[in-house]
Design a protein around this ligand. Structure first.
Ligand code: HEC
Ligand code: HEC
Ligand code: HEC
Ligand code: HEC
Ligand code: HEC
Length: 503
């Protein structure tokens, strides 16, 4: 079994030691973005208002509790988030508003993101990315349902057909309190609340709304708008302040400026985005494994060769891997149908240790928005951490050669491995060392010098120079010229099939 994991560096600590931020009370236009603005729709319903029908373990209805175990439900409990947000606020007064938009959706929509250090948020805002926010989202290109976008705050390019600005948390929310979701009504069982069928919810563009993060201030103020080399120029005002209409976030697609996180763009530039689950057999053999295989098996449950139960073609979308379909009921009502493509709401990624950090901080009363998490929250969070370990197990495969040789790491995710928050994450290969009797000397999960079973240093010779080298038993995949050294004669080196990520 392969395994990838993440550890933390001193980033959080550094941020905790930093001085308090200034906290703007008005969001600078350099940070504002189009889409539905705070206070423009009625306060969103909170997750516990969905529980009554969307969580009932006795009836096998797990949807709301699956969500509770996902990192998105803890995006505003995450201590790493608060630590880095404090730094962002120091770098640019008011930038916290950008962070809070995605990390506490209800707090932002209900206008509690100023002061921009989050000090007006309440303990109820700790639930991160909430149900109703996702289920009020419409395609910002306006092609399916009209969302609330007033004046200059239209999040598309104005073309015909319009192309939506997907990224940076720009969302266009329904004006009503209807819930937008994948199913059409009333042909299906009627929910006791307004519901509108939304193909956007099966689209990767939906997830792209938040999983490309761009920095609007860099986009508008940096000399090249923070575009990648060779990319077209960014339309920007080039000066602090001034009306939103001239700002980069109002005149460019988010993927084109101020690169921060690019999971969605990474995915869009790969081939999986165009691959139907039903075309699984056409994938290269080394990709028919791990996460790709697991998602396919889940999709087959609907009995449509990988497509949705209603026959809609299913691609290797974010949802296919991160909201794997299963058979079950989405709501506890007797009339609610058993669905063969019920989207699991666990949205598991690689975050396996932040859950323990959150649990610990809760136990000592140090969560930023207040603690007091209940048993269900703690249990679901612990279950989420276990799911993350499994997700890491299936994220890559290693083809193992004889030493000293190459190891091929095959990425079985839909995006880069590692994706997302890149500055804080690295990936490591873990090595097992054996002697010539095939006795395991040591499997290293820690970064440190190589020692034998008696904790004595092992001398390793670089075959190129015949000189002894200091070898750390974990190879840093990011390091230039990663070399695999031949160990002392008489010792063989084998690969433990293990990957370790480090962040
Ligand atoms: C009184 C019970 C009840 C409550 C409370 C409730 N729902 Fe529902 N909801 C249902 C039922 C029943 C369905 C139909 C399930 C199905 O068709 O699989 C449903 C369906 C949905 C759908 C699917 C819509 C579609 O078109 O695909 C979404 C999304 C949804 N609910 C979101 C929510 C959210 C978010 C909340 C909390 C803010 C909530 N619901 C509160 C009972 C409820
Ligand atoms: C990150 C965004 C996101 C969040 C948060 C989220 N959902 Fe969903 N939900 C989706 C998407 C996307 C789908 C459709 C996925 C698919 O069909 O592949 C969906 C589908 C559903 C459905 C349809 C299933 C059915 O049988 O009707 C219901 C109900 C639902 N969600 C309720 C909820 C509730 C309740 C919560 C909070 C406890 C919640 N969702 C949180 C994105 C979200
Ligand atoms: C409203 C913005 C928003 C939307 C929409 C959204 N996400 Fe997220 N997502 C977040 C934030 C914020 C985090 C970071 C949570 C954290 O680790 O603090 C996150 C984290 C994640 C993670 C990482 C969890 C981990 O273990 O590191 C996964 C996986 C994920 N989202 C999948 C999805 C998928 C799939 C969709 C579309 C169905 C989606 N997200 C839609 C905001 C969003
Ligand atoms: C083929 C399956 C697959 C597809 C498609 C896929 N992912 Fe992932 N994703 C994974 C696996 C496996 C992991 C765990 C490895 C990891 O954490 O890097 C992961 C990790 C993540 C993480 C955590 C970041 C990280 O590296 O820890 C986020 C966020 C995420 N995915 C979001 C998305 C979004 C958004 C999409 C669509 C644009 C998507 N994923 C498409 C399988 C997939
Ligand atoms: C467009 C939505 C969006 C905005 C705006 C945003 N984030 Fe995030 N953030 C995400 C998503 C999505 C992830 C998950 C990516 C992943 O897991 O790799 C994330 C992950 C993180 C993480 C990693 C959390 C962990 O536990 O690994 C940190 C730290 C973070 N964000 C800080 C910030 C700060 C600080 C800001 C403001 C400067 C900010 N974010 C603005 C969406 C956003």
């Amino acid at each position: 079994m392969q395994r990838v994991g993440f550890f933390v560096v001193s980033l959080a600590l550094a941020a905790c030691l930093a001085a308090a931020s200034k906290a703007a009370t008005t969001v600078p236009t350099d940070i504002q973005q189009p889409g539905t603005q705070p206070g423009e729709v009625a306060p969103l319903e909170r997750p516990d208002q969905c529980d009554n029908c969307h969580a009932d373990s006795n009836k096998g209805v797990e949807l709301a509790n699956e969500w509770r175990g996902s990192m998105m439900a803890h995006a505003s409990r995450d201590p790493l988030f608060w630590a880095t947000m404090a730094i962002a606020e120091q770098d640019f007064d008011g930038s916290g508003d950008l962070c809070l938009r995605c990390h506490t959706t209800a707090g932002w929509m209900d206008d509690r993101s100023t002061p921009t250090d989050g000090s007006a948020l309440t303990s109820a805002d700790a639930d991160g990315v909430e149900c109703h926010f996702c289920h009020a989202m419409t395609n910002p290109d306006g092609s399916e349902h009209a969302g609330v976008m007033n004046g200059d705050f239209v999040a598309h390019d104005g073309g015909s057909p319009a192309k939506g600005y997907l990224g940076s948390g720009m969302a266009s929310l329904l004006a009503s309190d209807d819930k937008a979701g994948p199913y059409a009504y009333p042909t299906d069982a009627d929910p006791p609340h307004g519901a509108v069928g939304s193909s956007f919810h099966r689209s990767v563009d939906f997830c792209g709304s938040c999983h490309d993060v761009s920095n609007p201030a860099v986009g508008d103020l940096a000399h090249n708008g923070g575009a990648l080399d060779g990319a077209p120029p960014v339309a920007q005002s080039g000066g602090l302040g001034g009306p939103v209409a001239g700002k980069a976030a109002f005149n460019n697609f988010p993927h084109s400026y101020g690169v921060v996180e690019r999971t969605f763009s990474e995915y869009k530039s790969g081939a999986l985005v165009e691959t139907l689950v039903s075309e699984y057999a056409t994938l290269p053999a080394d990709l028919q494994a791990g996460a790709i295989l697991e998602a396919r098996n889940a999709a087959l449950l609907a009995g449509q060769n990988g497509d949705y139960a209603d026959g809609t073609p299913r691609y290797y979308s974010c949802q296919t891997c991160h909201m794997q379909p299963r058979v079950g009921k989405g709501a506890k009502q007797n009339g609610a149908p058993v669905r063969d493509d019920l989207p699991t709401h666990d949205m598991t990624g690689g975050s396996y240790w932040i859950p323990s950090a959150v649990t610990y901080l809760d136990s000592v009363g140090k969560l930023r928005l207040g603690g007091g998490m209940n048993a269900t929250q703690l249990d679901t969070l612990a279950a989420g951490a276990l799911r993350a370990e499994h997700q890491l197990d299936i994220a890559a495969s290693l083809s193992i050669g004889k030493y000293p040789t190459t190891v091929v790491v095959t990425n079985l995710t839909g995006h880069k491995l590692i994706s997302g928050y890149p500055e804080g994450r690295r990936m490591w290969l873990e090595v097992s060392w054996y002697d010539d009797q095939d006795t395991l000397l040591r499997v290293d999960g820690e970064y440190g010098p190589l020692v034998d079973g008696n904790d004595q240093p092992i001398e390793v010779i670089d075959p190129a120079t015949s000189q002894p080298v200091q070898v750390h038993s974990i190879l840093d995949l990011d390091a230039p010229n990663t070399k695999i050294y031949q160990a002392k004669p008489g010792m063989t080196q084998q690969w433990a099939n293990q990957l370790i990520g480090l962040s």
